[in-house]
Design a protein around this ligand. Structure first.
Ligand code: NAG
Ligand code: NAG
Ligand code: NAG
Length: 230
């Protein structure tokens, strides 16, 4: 008893003596849903004007029900982590979007999909196509295993990037987001995709699509984080 209270006193005085001890990661909440906000991690390349730091992931329509994942200055697409507890343990969750209905009464599922690029197997193109589930193997760094509330994918080590396509055309929009397992191309910058808490809309098609929304770590406001403290 005495030893315990002594050591508690010691800990308290040590903490008081070291008021500038660094925290390892910004504080986060547990949310039902979130948007994904780009945090530029390689600030050496100024290839975007205006800069895209703090922009959100959303879809740009490139065909019927086909949406390339891109960054936008406005509000982002809302996602939730879908899966069971067992899916979390095996990193087999996915990122799902609330199913949408275009007035037909038929809800279409959606999610974040990773597809291999046609030209090589070192990068994955990201899309938000409707009528397709999110790719299994994506989630927000769960529980206490990772310090940051960021998107992971269960592929090779690599990084998310956003690219400046100088001559964007229909079907090849500006600000596409990809996953690069090899070197970051010259026209792209490395980003992290950080989860920012958002309300979960009412879900339709829960039984039809076997939706299993899980809570996820997310930041209240990514723009308010002072990274110099971590
Ligand atoms: C966010 O970006 C800042 C500045 O580039 C960097 O210091 C920080 O490590 C990044 N955080 C994450 C989680 O990527
Ligand atoms: C992309 O890069 C080109 C060439 O440097 C530049 O002229 C253009 O403004 C950039 N596009 C965007 C959206 O930043
Ligand atoms: C959600 O997760 C469950 C459990 O793994 C799975 O059966 C279902 O297909 C998933 N639904 C979507 C839309 O990803």
């Amino acid at each position: 008893m005495l030893l315990q209270s002594l050591s508690l006193t010691l800990v308290a005085s040590l903490a008081a003596a070291n008021p500038i001890s660094r925290r390892s990661a910004p504080p986060y909440s547990e949310g039902q849903a979130f948007t994904l906000v780009a945090n530029v991690t390689d600030t050496s390349k100024a290839i975007f004007d205006p800069p895209i730091n703090g922009w959100s992931l959303s879809g740009t329509r490139v065909g019927a029900n086909l949406y390339t994942a891109t960054l936008h200055a406005g509000a982002g697409a809302v996602f939730f982590v879908n899966g069971t507890g067992q899916d979390v343990s095996s990193a087999s969750t996915s990122l799902a979007s609330p199913p949408v209905d275009f007035g037909t009464g038929n809800y279409m599922p959606g999610g974040l999909q990773f597809g291999p690029a046609a030209s090589n197997d070192r990068e994955a193109y990201l899309s938000l196509n409707l009528g397709q589930f999110g790719t299994v193997g994506a989630g927000i760094t769960p529980g206490l295993r990772g310090a940051y509330a960021d998107l992971f994918i269960r592929f090779d080590a690599g990084t998310f990037v956003v690219c400046n396509e100088t001559a964007p055309t229909y079907g090849r929009p500006q600000y596409p987001v990809r996953f690069e397992a090899a070197a970051v191309p010259d026209n792209c910058v490395a980003i992290s995709l950080l989860a920012q808490c958002a309300p979960l809309p009412e879900l339709h098609g829960v039984d039809e699509f076997n939706l299993r929304p899980l809570g996820a770590k997310c930041y209240d406001d990514v723009a308010a984080i002072d990274w110099s403290q971590y």
